[in-house]
Design a protein around this ligand. Structure first.
Ligand code: NAD
Length: 297
């Protein structure tokens, strides 16, 4: 029987644990705070930000939302980040990507105080992760680790294929999996757009983590029996339904399910974990900045 990994269930369990830590902070007079900054008119970005705000509200994290006109200069955004860096009630800062073309994305990431960088994208936090001493683990790959742990998939000694080498998913996923740490110790191959013969790589994997953003790139013919499959991809494809589109992952679910021992669906797999781990990092940030012990698993 193929196990369908339920991201909502795992995400809810983590949120419940975090609620207890929020109570601990409150008892010490600290309300954890997350600032979200949106400099875009993109509907999907607006949806992502409002989902994050709602998730904060549900566990008692205060969310502060800032919208910046995408036609204004990048100085407006930088000034806002500076103000949030200085605000002691804000423990985490998230600038929703992408920012407009005239704004230097890397400069934005570097402007955020590394102690408030709950996405884990500031070079200081990337460096700490690579060095094996992470502060804030990037939310999506951290969530994938939590999903694997909740499914009792041991990564130690396993051959893992990560499809995608982005700074937000593929690269940090690799860095987490090669750590000498629980849910690490894997042998990791990172595939990307220039990889030749992806199927030959995925067929030899114990675990395949697909994060390419290419709808249904990986299908059952590319997998061996008993592979664990984690689908990070989220793409909108045209569909003959009321909305005119449907959401699909990077994995062709039906054929992959025939081979996999466990598989995440899209939606309802990795997505809920990305949000849960953002809350996790915000609670951790609040603990680090106030000295309240919120030791997290
Ligand atoms: P990205 O576009 O920045 O990176 C995609 C990577 O895939 C690149 O490194 C590229 O080299 C590789 N790639 C592209 N085509 C390929 C191919 N044919 N074969 C092998 N590799 C290929 O994307 P990203 O930001 O890393 O996101 C990847 C996907 O994950 C997207 O669909 C995105 O929407 C989704 N995502 C989901 C969540 C979530 O919470 N579920 C979070 C982040 C990203």
């Amino acid at each position: 029987m193929t196990r369908i990994i339920d991201g909502n269930e795992v995400g809810n369990r983590i949120r419940n644990e975090l609620e207890g830590r929020v109570d601990t902070l409150e008892q010490q007079g600290v309300t954890p705070g997350l600032a979200t900054v949106l400099m875009s008119d993109d509907g999907a970005s607006e949806t992502y930000v409002s989902m994050k705000q709602q998730a904060c509200d549900e566990i008692g994290i205060e969310s502060y939302h800032h919208e910046i006109d995408p036609d204004t200069s990048s100085d407006v955004l930088m000034d806002r980040i500076d103000a949030l860096n200085e605000n002691p009630g804000v423990h985490g800062i998230l600038v929703q990507m992408p920012v407009p073309d005239h704004v230097d994305e890397q400069a934005v990431l570097e402007r955020i105080d590394p102690m408030k960088d709950v996405d884990g994208f500031h070079p200081e936090n990337v460096g700490r992760l690579v060095a094996g001493n992470p502060r804030f683990k990037p939310c999506t790959p951290h969530g994938v680790q939590k999903l694997l742990a909740a499914t009792d998939v041991e990564t130690e000694g396993k051959d893992v294929i990560v499809v995608g080498r982005s700074d937000i998913v593929g690269k940090p996923m690799m860095n987490l999996l090669i750590q000498k740490a629980p849910m690490g110790n894997a042998t990791v191959t990172v595939c990307h757009s220039r990889t030749t013969d992806l199927a030959e790589k995925t067929k030899n994997a114990d675990v395949v983590i697909a994060a390419a953003g290419v709808p249904e790139l990986v299908d059952g013919t590319m997998l061996s029996e008993d592979t664990v499959v984690v689908d990070v991809g989220v793409s909108r494809v045209d569909a003959d339904n009321e909305r005119g589109y449907e959401i699909v992952g990077d994995v062709e679910f039906e054929s992959a399910k025939q081979k996999a021992s466990a598989i995440t669906p899209v939606p309802g797999g990795v997505g809920p974990l990305t949000i849960a781990m953002l809350l996790y990092n915000t609670v951790k940030a609040a603990g680090l900045q106030t000295g309240v012990d919120v030791t997290l698993p």
